[in-house]
Design a protein around this ligand. Structure first.
Ligand code: P6P
Length: 341
């Protein structure tokens, strides 16, 4: 960060407070939730950074609800995220990629608790033993039921109902990136003072397709329009893609973050046989789709805007294509033409 940036540096705390002041009726509950995510991320970071030293690398020895081998850090990050919110009176319930069922937050005054929080505590953790960037993804929504305990109905809402979404990327530096619907803002952690400092205000996806990001080993499993789209970008003669390069880290937050800053398209499309994608709608695709749209981009299944999808179950997977609006429009056009033919 250039030294000149220090003359009027803004922390995550002060930025959230400033956003809150735009809503005079706000009680600060929502701001506090965002701050708590920031705190949880610092605790997760401290564990991830020591991983090789305190013996928390490697597999935990159990398979999670996703059918994936849990890494020790998955379990640790999940416990950190849960404990961060379990005592907060205004949190009604939680959902985690690592937990099969929704999590009740026992509190004294159910009537005061209005928010539900969904998260992937440590996305990309299968890469962590190789020191690849990983991330925490979160989504905040309002409850929709009035009972004393949260129900699935509170969670199975369209992504357009999110009141906030964001991620923390634990990479060469640690960044907290979030939106509350008023643009996308990035904060870089200064480890010397333990504060997130505003470093990327109002992020907009550059209007260029700098990177094409997909797991090419799945090419034969993609349907025809998806293969056509990939070939058009990578091998076509359209001037827009002359300088497009392939980049695939295999860690969703890292691939998304790069494209958010550089421009490009990431896709994890459906497997043509199962028709299913790999990535989870509620706590991976929907929060990243909100960020993409707030930064001037878009996110689709190919046939439906990600934020319009009404989930049918907690760990629902969807095809996920996200990035520059122009590339998303092109993909949807190719899918429509294939469906018509
Ligand atoms: P594949 C990591 O396991 C993850 O859930 C995402 O972070 C990433 O985008 C995707 O899976 C990678 O999947 O099949 O390419 O290894």
């Amino acid at each position: 960060m250039p030294n000149s940036a220090w003359k009027d540096f803004e922390t995550l705390e002060s930025y959230i407070a400033k956003e809150q002041s735009l809503h005079p009726q706000s009680r600060g509950v929502f701001s506090n939730l965002l701050r708590r995510v920031g705190l949880a991320s610092k605790v997760i970071l401290s564990k991830a950074q020591q991983a090789g030293l305190i013996g928390v690398l490697g597999q935990y020895g159990k398979v999670n609800v996703q059918g994936e081998q849990q890494m020790k850090l998955d379990v640790i990050a999940n416990e950190i995220m849960k404990s961060t919110f379990m005592w907060m009176g205004h949190v009604f319930g939680l959902a985690s990629e690592e937990e099969e069922e929704i999590i009740q937050v026992e509190r004294r005054q159910p009537e005061n608790s209005e928010y539900i929080i969904l998260f992937d505590p440590l996305d990309g953790s299968s890469n962590i033993d190789a020191n690849v960037s990983v991330g925490t993804i979160f989504s905040i929504r309002r409850r929709v039921t009035n009972g004393g305990r949260c129900t699935l109905e509170d969670f199975l809402q369209e992504g357009s109902k999110q009141v906030a979404a964001g991620y923390v990327i634990y990479g060469s530096s640690t960044m907290f990136v979030y939106t509350t619907g008023n643009g996308v803002h990035g904060f870089t952690l200064d480890p010397m003072i333990g504060e997130y400092i505003l470093s990327h205000e109002n992020i907009r996806i550059p209007d260029r397709c700098k990177c094409f990001s997909a797991n090419d080993s799945n090419y034969q499993k993609w349907d025809e329009p998806t293969r056509e789209f990939a070939d058009y970008i990578r091998y076509g003669d359209d001037e827009r893609y002359k300088k497009t390069t392939s980049r695939y880290i295999g860690s969703l937050v890292a691939d998304f973050h790069r494209n958010l800053l550089y421009g490009g398209v990431f896709m994890y499309p459906a497997d043509a046989k199962t028709g299913k994608g790999k990535l989870r709608l509620l706590y991976e695709c929907a929060p990243l789709a909100m960020l993409a749209e707030q930064a001037g981009g878009a996110a689709t299944t190919g046939r439906e805007r990600i934020l319009d999808i009404k989930p049918t179950h907690l760990h629902e997977r969807v095809p996920f294509i996200v990035g520059n609006r122009q590339e998303i429009d092109l993909y949807e056009k190719m899918v429509r033409e294939a469906d018509r033919s």
